[in-house]
Design a protein around this ligand. Structure first.
Ligand SMILES: C[S@@+](CC[C@H](N)C(=O)[O-])C[C@H]1O[C@@H](n2cnc3c(N)ncnc32)[C@H](O)[C@@H]1O
Length: 252
């Protein structure tokens, strides 16, 4: 089902909304009472530091020069093989939206992007304008896990390297599964000693420097079990050295 602006009923539960100017949104602080899950480990300041405007500009520039990174490319290739013509797309935590652009070019009709961090918006809009696709993507700055109810189901849902940035995996994976009409594709760190070690060291550095942000290695089998609990079945498990890709599809 198409997720259009008309489908988005409100933005009250979000951290920042795309309806307000980014600068005004920047100055707003997350109220702990409204977002207890996130504020346990992370804060908007922490997310903004990690996913800064500078990093967003660098992501956009890398995409312009080199195209998609290997994990994103594998996701797009898989979806193209399945068929994307005429489908709608919802991407959660899509950053500058490179995957959306590639899939729109491949035949997806419309896309909705839900990003927690406002820092990506200028770079993402610039990329969309360059591709002439700004009228086919709706970008919202919201916490999808907490505001999913305002979005409609999309044929294709993507969460690429997102679950590991959010503490409440069950809420986020469940909301994404609930909004999947056809297929949900996710990537997350594989459960291996080296991913745990690298991320544990990263978390230690983040704690020492008081960055108010942590990364999580949520167990892949629990992520998939949550999707299955919402009526999806395993369609693909693509191993990788660090990032594992999994697709789950709506049972016929
Ligand atoms: C590591 S980045 C990945 C960006 C992009 N998907 C990529 O692979 O290049 C994780 C992104 O997920 C977003 N994110 C995390 N939790 C989210 C949530 N609950 N709702 C929306 N976005 C979320 C963060 O703001 C961040 O931009």
């Amino acid at each position: 089902m198409l997720a259009t602006s008309a489908a988005i009923k409100g933005t009250k539960t979000c951290w920042y909304t795309a309806d307000r100017p980014i600068r005004e949104a920047d100055s707003r602080r997350l109220r702990e009472a409204d977002n207890p899950g996130v504020s346990d480990c992370c804060s908007p300041k922490g997310y903004r530091w990690i996913f800064s405007e500078r990093n967003a500009r660098a992501d956009a520039q890398r995409y312009r020069r080199k195209g998609l990174d290997p994990t994103s490319r594998r996701i797009v290739e898989y979806l193209k093989q399945r068929g994307v013509e005429g489908r709608t797309l919802l991407e959660v935590g899509g950053g500058v939206g490179a995957i959306q652009i590639e899939l729109l070019k491949a035949g997806v009709t419309r896309a909705v992007s839900v990003e927690l961090t406002p820092t990506y918006e200028p770079a993402a809009l610039e990329l969309l304008r360059e591709a002439g696709l700004e009228n086919r993507v709706e970008r919202k700055v919201m916490d999808f896990a907490r505001s999913a109810g305002v979005f409609e189901v999309a044929d294709i849902v993507i969460m690429n390297r997102v679950i590991c940035c959010y503490p409440d995996m069950l809420e986020l994976a469940g909301a994404a599964a609930e909004h999947t009409g056809e297929v949900l594709v996710m990537s997350f760190p594989k459960a291996a000693w080296w991913t745990r070690t690298i991320l544990a060291l990263g978390n230690l550095a983040l704690r020492v420097t008081k960055r108010q942000f942590q990364v999580f290695v949520h167990p892949p089998d629990q992520i998939l079990a949550e999707a299955e609990r919402h009526g999806l079945q395993s369609a693909l498990e693509m191993p990788g050295i660090f990032w594992q890709i999994a697709a789950v599809q709506r049972a016929a």
